[in-house]
Design a binder for this molecule. Structure first.
Ligand code: NI
Length: 170
């Protein structure tokens, strides 16, 4: 099932999500649906709050279907180590058509549970490091625009308010 992506302005995006506790068939179905919804939206990462489900669950595939081994399920992820810096253009499926440069760590190690509840650690660099941070932020109710200067963030918010008024932000 393909879920519509929740957009900025919906409170579910700005509240901390609840831990995943059941690693059952329902969760497996949700994870499969999240991958499907992410690919449909042309994204490389998707967090459950972005489909209106306030759970600490995200999926990532920085290869975008090229390499099945790069499909990652992050349940209850924690950032356990960061190193270095990178500045790259970043966007979010919940804030479509906007992109801004965001400085983040260049190398990030996470600890998370897979779809079966098994804990694992993984280190990612560059885009994967960015995805780990971006998606974990989502689970804490934080969006990438919170990493921008107040000036840039307010400009984006103002543009979005205009789109909302015009009925072009649903
Ligand atoms: Ni996002």
């Amino acid at each position: 099932m393909i879920y519509p992506i929740v957009k900025y302005g919906n409170p579910v995006l700005e509240k901390p999500a609840a831990p995943v506790t059941e690693f059952d068939d329902e969760l497996k179905k949700l994870v499969a649906d999240m991958f499907e919804s992410m690919y449909e939206a042309k994204g490389v990462g998707l967090a459950a709050p972005q489909i209106g489900i306030s759970k600490r669950l995200a999926v990532i595939d920085v290869s975008f279907k090229e390499n099945p081994r790069e499909k990652l399920v992050l349940a209850n992820p924690e950032i356990i180590d960061t190193e270095g810096k990178q500045t790259q253009s970043e966007g979010c499926l919940s804030i479509p058509d906007f992109r801004e440069n965001v400085t983040r760590a260049n190398k990030v190690t996470i600890r998370a549970q897979d779809v079966n509840g098994k804990w694992y650690e993984k280190t990612g660099e560059e885009l994967l490091a960015r995805a780990f941070l971006h998606e974990t932020d989502h689970l804490n109710g934080r969006l990438y625009i919170s990493h921008l200067s107040a000036l840039k963030r307010d400009l984006i918010k103002r543009k979005i308010r205009k789109l909302v008024k015009a009925g072009e932000w649903k």
